[in-house]
Design a protein around this ligand. Structure first.
Ligand SMILES: *[C@@H]1O[C@H](CO)[C@@H](O)[C@H](O)[C@H]1NC(C)=O
Ligand SMILES: *[C@@H]1O[C@H](CO)[C@@H](O)[C@H](O)[C@H]1NC(C)=O
Ligand SMILES: *[C@@H]1O[C@H](CO)[C@@H](O)[C@H](O)[C@H]1NC(C)=O
Ligand SMILES: *[C@@H]1O[C@H](CO)[C@@H](O)[C@H](O)[C@H]1NC(C)=O
Ligand SMILES: *[C@@H]1O[C@H](CO)[C@@H](O)[C@H](O)[C@H]1NC(C)=O
Length: 596
């Protein structure tokens, strides 16, 4: 019997050699090994809910040629599963997932070479120890599930492994020393977990490693110097951990390295001058550490560098003149150091750059004149001392998507500011802007604008009418001198999530139409002169998490329903005569008719 099976398998193997899975031929389908089929069904049984639809195709006897989604059988081992590839087709949709456990039965797929089960979001439980029986495994990819527990140290037995990728889970404990046995490993990605402890010294034997991503964990200790001996590294990402000590000079020997991201740690000391030896580096992220001293001039030798991010350190003057170097630079962030730049350096103003972030660099005087304004896509000049030049500053930046120039001393008429067409985020809060909103916020506001923060200025005039088709999500006009009524056309901002007009001089009543803003989460009308009732229509906004009506001239019963009667009483304090939960009950439920 067994012999017969082999004979059949052999025949099928030879006839299906080219592409057994998608063969359209008339020959009977290949026979899938019973034990492999059982192993797969064991996995299926431990998935309690599958909205990807993949596992519903796992029916029938033949797991190799029977249309089992994600299952492939191999050339050399006929009828044996060699690949299991289940990737969520719509990672961004909450409704598409697999829920359940990762069954150890998969460890019986003796010939498995590639296991990819990724983006399933709700597969929980541990990575089974028994996966160490998958001796043919070259790729183990279990990203973006909900796996828990430690990384099994038994994975160190899988000598053929080239790729381990376990990012985006809830894994805890330390990185197992045994991974140092995996001499063939090329990619190791353990990012976005809850791993602790140091990078084990044993990893120094992973001499062929090409990418190492340990970002977004809680790893600590020094960045080990031996990483500088892993000559084939092209990407080293240690972002957002608790690494301390200095940047090891040995890292500067990694001539193949194209990305070095060691930002958001607790690194101290200077940036090594040898950094200029990283010939291939295109992305250099050292931000959010405690690095001191000057920015080394040698950075100008980095011919491929397009992204330089040194923000949020303690780096000091003088800033080297990079005008003859960095030919590939597109994105620069030097924000929040101890730099005292006074003016935007010419080598930045004259470049064709896409991101310029120089927040908190003690810049002063008029806003800079960029020679290639149309290349800019994001600009952050906040927390400086710029005084003027805002009127036609932004208009020329025709590719601009986000601009932040908050907390400066900008003096200018808001109604003279022309916005570029594509802009989606504009933050000008805490300046000295005056004039009216009519140009920035009107029925002619561009459809791309989603976030606008003009709070803490001297803006006057009234809130303009809004037409339909706007995509505004966040409108912050707090702490200005805006007067007049809230137009009932605010309801045309159908996507509005946050609306803050607190601390102004708004009068009139709250338009009933606000209740149509179904996406609203945050509503602040406090400290104005608004009168009348809080309309019952507001009860229709289900997602509202914060609302304040404090210090107005409102009167009548607070809408009695969640969330209005569970907001704190302070949200209603200092009004004319509001009543009902959370305030004391209304006296005889006397209705005060106002303005009807
Ligand atoms: C590996 O497989 C062998 C034989 O099928 C079995 O006895 C052993 O328990 C398995 N190992 C693990 C760790 O499950
Ligand atoms: C590094 O890569 C080169 C070229 O791909 C390869 O020949 C060499 O064996 C690799 N080094 C190690 C230690 O694996
Ligand atoms: C620079 O890095 C910091 C983290 O250190 C990040 O928050 C910031 O967005 C980065 N800047 C740019 C322009 O990407
Ligand atoms: C900005 O550049 C334009 C054109 O080159 C020039 O006319 C203008 O005077 C410059 N403004 C400042 C503030 O340097
Ligand atoms: C915007 O409103 C003004 C006055 O309310 C009107 O004259 C203008 O035609 C409107 N523009 C658009 C594009 O609707």
């Amino acid at each position: 019997m067994q012999f017969l099976m082999w004979a059949v398998e052999f025949l099928l193997f030879t006839s299906f050699f080219t592409n057994p899975v998608s063969s359209q031929s008339e020959t009977p389908p290949g026979v899938c090994s019973g034990s492999d089929r059982a192993a797969l069904l064991g996995f299926k049984a431990s998935i309690l809910k599958d909205t990807t639809g993949f596992l519903s195709t796992w029916t029938g006897a033949d797991c190799c040629n029977g249309g089992w989604e994600g299952v492939e059988c191999g050339g050399a081992a006929a009828g044996r599963v060699t690949r299991l590839i289940l990737q969520n087709p719509s990672l961004n949709s909450d409704g598409v997932y697999m829920k359940g456990f990762l069954s150890p039965s998969l460890s019986k797929l003796q010939f498995l070479e590639i296991m990819v089960i990724s983006g399933m979001k709700k597969i929980t439980g541990k990575i089974p120890e028994s996966f160490s029986n998958l001796t043919h495994l070259t790729n183990l990819v279990l990203d973006d599930n909900f796996l828990q527990g430690n990384i099994p140290s038994s994975l160190g037995h899988l000598r053929n492994l080239q790729t381990i990728s376990l990012s985006g889970n809830h894994l805890t404990g330390q990185i197992p020393t045994s991974l140092g046995n995996l001499k063939n490993l090329l990619q190791l990605n353990l990012a976005k977990n809850f791993l602790t402890g140091p990078i084990p010294f044993a990893l120094n034997s992973l001499r062929g490693l090409q990418t190492l991503d340990l970002g977004l964990n809680s790893l600590s200790g020094l960045i080990p110097g031996f990483l500088g001996q892993l000559q084939n590294l092209t990407s080293l990402v240690l972002t957002s951990n608790k690494f301390s000590g200095q940047i090891p000079i040995s890292l500067c020997n990694l001539f193949q390295l194209s990305e070095l991201s060691i930002d958001q740690n607790q690194l101290i000391g200077r940036i090594p001058t040898q950094i200029g030896n990283l010939k291939s580096v295109s992305v250099l992220r050292l931000g959010t550490n405690k690095l001191t001293g000057q920015i080394p001039e040698s950075i100008s030798h980095l011919q491929n560098l397009w992204n330089l991010n040194l923000s949020r350190n303690l780096l000091t003057n003088p800033l080297p003149d990079f005008s003859r170097g960095l030919p590939s630079l597109l994105s620069i962030d030097l924000s929040y150091n101890n730099l005292d730049l006074r003016t935007v350096p010419n080598w930045i103003r004259f470049r064709e750059l896409s991101d310029v972030h120089l927040a908190g660099c003690k810049l002063r005087g008029p806003l800079p004149n960029f020679t290639k304004p149309d290349s800019l896509s994001t600009l952050d000049l906040s927390d400086n001392y710029f005084t003027n030049g805002i009127s036609n500053f932004l208009e020329k930046m025709t590719s601009l998507q986000g601009a932040k120039i908050s907390n400066n001393l900008l003096n200018g008429d808001l109604s003279s500011i022309r916005l570029p067409n594509q802009i989606s985020t504009l933050d000008l809060h805490s300046n000295r802007l005056f004039g009216s909103l009519s140009r920035v916020l009107s029925n002619e506001t561009n459809k791309f604008l989603e976030v606008i923060d003009l709070s803490r200025n001297q803006i006057s005039g009234s809130i303009p009418e809004f037409s339909g088709g706007l995509n505004l999500k966040v409108v912050n006009l707090a702490s200005n001198k805006i007067s007049g009524h809230i137009p009932s056309s605010v309801s045309n901002m159908a996507k509005l999530e946050r609306f803050d007009i607190s601390r102004n001089r708004i009068t009139g009543t709250i338009p009933t139409s606000i209740g149509l803003l179904m996406k609203l989460q945050w509503l602040d009308l406090s400290i104005n002169g608004i009168s009348g009732k809080i309309p019952e229509s507001l009860l229709g906004i289900e997602g509202l998490r914060h609302a304040s009506f404090r210090a107005n001239r409102l009167c009548g019963e607070i809408p009695q329903g969640r969330p209005f009667n569970i907001f704190p009483a302070a949200a209603y304090a200092h009004n004319l005569c509001l009543c009902g939960k959370p305030l004391p009950p209304c006296k005889g439920k006397k209705e005060i008719k106002m303005g009807q």
